[in-house]
Design a binder for this molecule. Sequence first.
Ligand SMILES: Cc1cc2nc3c(=O)[nH]c(=O)nc-3n(C[C@H](O)[C@H](O)[C@H](O)COP(=O)(O)OP(=O)(O)OC[C@H]3O[C@@H](n4cnc5c(N)ncnc54)[C@H](O)[C@@H]3O)c2cc1C
Length: 482
Amino acid sequence: MSGVEERIRTVDEKFQDYLTDESRLQGRAEGIFFPESEADIREFAAWAHRNGAAATIQGGRTGLAGGAVPAGGCLLNLSKMCRVGKFFRDVGAYFLEVEPGLSLRQLRQEIKQLKSEAELFWPPDPTETSASVGGIVSCSARGLCAPRYGSTNHHVAGARIVLAGGGIMELRRGERFVSLGGAKMDLLDLFIGGEGIFGVLSRVTLQLQPRPPHSWGFIFFLEQKETLYAFVEKLKGSRHRLMELGLAAAEYMDHTTLQLMAQYGGAANSLKAAPPPEPGVLAAIYLEAHCREEEAGLEIADKLLEMAAEANCDPDKAWAASGEGGVEQMREFRHAAAAAVNFRLARARLSEPRLTGLDLYLAADDEDFAGLLEKYVAGAAGAGLNVAIYGHLLGNRLRVNLLPESYAQYEEGRRLLAQWALELAGRRAQADRQHGIGKLKRELFLQTAPRQYIEDLKKFKDYYDPAGMWNRGTLLPPAQSG
Ligand SMILES: Cc1cc2nc3c(=O)[nH]c(=O)nc-3n(C[C@H](O)[C@H](O)[C@H](O)COP(=O)(O)OP(=O)(O)OC[C@H]3O[C@@H](n4cnc5c(N)ncnc54)[C@H](O)[C@@H]3O)c2cc1C
């Protein structure tokens, strides 16, 4: 096969889609390279290093923060690297080696084919199944069932990383440790959630686990504020018992999000699962449970229905499903929330192409849900902006999407997000890196993350990528990243 240089394609009309991701931030790049093996990535890294070229790594380009959007230089698109490697069992645990370009959809199919005494699954689930393993791991996108299964790190046992210059580093969990922001961490976890600024994940060892045999999904539709807040209070108050029984996900979707789902349902494939909300519906709450015993599933169902009734929510208007297929359909409903907000952005960009995603995603555990929601809604209304809010209920990890129609509104929205982030950071809320910081949320992140944490990130960047070759402008300012 010819050398890397001959295989780098010019970014012409045909490759315009590769200059953006789901954040709709528009980038620029001169070349694009599609490696087919780790050796190709190494050769590319050596070539880029020799030529002082910047390189932006791309997985499925479903990121919401512009991490895969290039700021000049060359694109390294991993979509052709989707092979599955060794499947093995070690000390009772299950492991699968995969290439980074494998999509979540493909991964799930591959896992179904594995020969094992238990039915297995990989818990991280950002709901968007075209996301790649490399992107999910790099953003630490733990997704929907994070309350039950924790962060992505717990499900990654090792990785091979191509460094600037083409060197390779192999990391296995538990072997090397560093300090980040004053906390000891596994070196592997620097790359998990590193958004590609330190190097390219060329192979990832996933830790799989047996799938709980019983799954349940519930969607409650709330019509009054008081009902919503009372139900959320009850859910949070019974959190520990619900977790013991198998609660895996608890998600909130506000009225605007439901309206967008209804509005765009016919237009976008991913929104077909979203039936229009009935008139008068103020919000929806999606709950998912994974249970070892059938009785636990029945108990959680009873408990949720009881809590809903106590909060004055009509249980007859709730949906419930059990079994993998039924729950999958319910999940589609939650996925449609993000898809609808993204679809609306694509529409708004037809008249104002400078618009990008405009959202805040904070971990605000200490905040009161009702107070937080009222703050966002009142703030957006005060700035004359529409807002769509959805996301994780437990821990108040709400994704607050401002919906500007004009560039003036967009700028007003940016100001408002910065104000909220600073205010909440002062009250211990932190930028949650789950959806990625990328380029769009970098300034908010730098303003609100602890100083020591940022200094340490810069130190690692200087160490692993001194010329600032990888992912310029992602997570760290371009000056620090190249
Ligand atoms: C409708 C919709 C719903 C979504 N819902 C969620 C959700 O619920 N939770 C959530 O967390 N996210 C969600 N997302 C965002 C997105 O799916 C995740 O962030 C996902 O992890 C991105 O994966 P990707 O392969 O598309 O990565 P990309 O967008 O291609 O890249 C993301 C980042 O990872 C880096 N990267 C990619 N591959 C590698 C690699 N091999 N080595 C090093 N760096 C790499 C890129 O440079 C970039 O910085 C949603 C997106 C959409 C469109």
